[in-house]
Design a binder for this molecule. Structure first.
Ligand code: UD1
Length: 377
């Protein structure tokens, strides 16, 4: 931390005018759990090219298990600035990020601001940059579920419209952006930065000690409001998982929002008859479980991609996906919000039936290097 502060002072005081001008200053904005895995490899690739970098954490996620542990495991420095916005309604949270980020940007004056994914922190930061005419690069641009009831879809559309550089993970992203009138020269197909992190940390994840793990298990994550705020759906899904737990153990690391909803249903998360509720896991722990799971059941975006890379079957409890490549060529099957289909598909997995799959182009562990080379020239 001190070293980076000194670097900052050096940059503005000691460098010759020419050197200071030549050192590119890139400011990363992160806020929620999935942002951290995307920013880490880009930060490292830019470091290789001697960029001067600042990390701003909005504080959207703040629990140690939702935030701090990721910085430690991913090997990126503690954020230079934490806006500490915390949880609130979408409007309040977005507004707090906007008003707290503006003075930081005015003081730091970066050459580029990098924003990641589709969370409220992404859109809030992008709006501030657009108003101050500071160039924005959106990493993971162009993804579309075409479902505007999803807050993330609204965030994606807005961020892409106001970004100056759009780094897409797959060809469908390019098509979506062109259809929305984005200029072709702003769109760069670079591949998937989440997969960069996965590739670099897979050996470490495989060494993770995982005591008392059942031999065969399903791994579950659920956190989308459309799923966990719907009492009937949540109850039905938990019932299926409970039933499945008799043949195939189910490990369920529980997001804070989901834990609140499960408690509200009066379900005891301490009891486990084959269905094990756990605290949120670190990146390495979760990756280690994914590599060993028979099947992953999720409503997350990134996990649809990680399972495709790993070749692990993925059952997605959503009506749509902004990552269609994972269903077209990957291991992902879109079930809809349908507990009966979940039961059927788990039955197939239990009898050894698997979908064949292949890897999307450019999901090769080098997407961040491509981003760094485009930004730094
Ligand atoms: C956010 C993102 C979602 C992403 C998810 C990953 C938006 C609109 N949504 O959803 O796209 O997939 O992060 O987790 O940005 N909470 C805690 N501790 C924390 C963070 C959250 O207890 O550190 C609880 C709070 O009760 C909070 C709730 O979780 O109200 C939801 O958090 P929030 O950041 O609003 O959205 P997520 O559901 O995590």
């Amino acid at each position: 931390m001190l070293k980076r502060k000194l670097q900052f002072v050096e940059r503005i005081c000691n460098l010759s005018v020419k050197e200071a001008w030549l050192t590119m200053h890139i400011l990363h904005v992160v806020g929620a759990r999935p942002n951290f895995m995307k920013a880490a490899p880009v930060y490292k690739a830019l470091l290789q090219r001697d960029a001067f970098q600042t990390i701003v954490h909005t504080g959207q996620h703040y629990d140690a298990l939702m935030s701090d542990v990721f910085f430690q495991e991913l090997g990126i420095p503690t954020p230079d600035v934490n806006l500490q916005v915390g949880s609130d309604t979408h409007a309040q949270q977005t507004a707090a990020i906007i008003s707290r980020f503006e003075p930081v940007l005015l003081e730091r004056k970066p050459d580029w601001v990098l924003v990641y994914g589709d969370v409220n922190s992404t859109v809030a930061a992008a709006i501030v940059c657009a108003k101050l005419l500071i160039p924005i690069a959106h990493v993971e641009a162009g993804l579309r579920s075409f479902d505007r009831t999803m807050p993330e879809e609204v965030n994606r559309v807005i961020v892409d419209q106001i970004s100056d550089m759009l780094f897409t993970p797959s060809e469908d992203g390019n098509v979506n952006l062109l259809n929305e009138g984005i200029a072709k020269d702003k769109i760069k197909l670079v591949g998937n930065v989440m997969i960069d992190t996965l590739v670099s940390l897979l050996p470490k994840a495989r060494e993770q000690p995982l005591p008392d793990l059942p031999k065969r298990f399903a791994l579950v994550t659920l956190h989308r409001p459309a799923n966990v705020d719907d009492e009937i759906f949540l109850r039905d899904i938990l019932q299926v998982l409970q039933d499945v737990g008799r043949d195939l153990n189910v490990l369920f690391p529980v997001h804070p929002r989901t834990r609140q909803r499960i408690s509200a249903l009066g379900i005891d998360t301490g009891k486990n008859n084959g269905l094990y509720f756990m605290e949120p896991l670190s990146y390495l722990q979760f990756l280690a479980l994914q590599t060993r799971a028979e099947v992953v059941i999720t409503d997350s975006g990134g996990i649809q991609e990680e399972t495709t890379y790993l070749g692990i079957p993925c059952l997605t409890l959503r009506d749509n996906t902004e990552r269609p490549i994972t269903t077209e060529i990957g291991t992902n099957i879109l079930l809809g919000r349908d507990a009966t289909r979940l039961r059927e598909e788990l039955g197939k997995i239990n009898s050894g039936i698997r979908k064949s799959s292949s890897l999307p182009p450019l999901w090769d562990g080098h997407a961040s290097e491509r981003i760094a080379s485009i930004l730094m020239g």
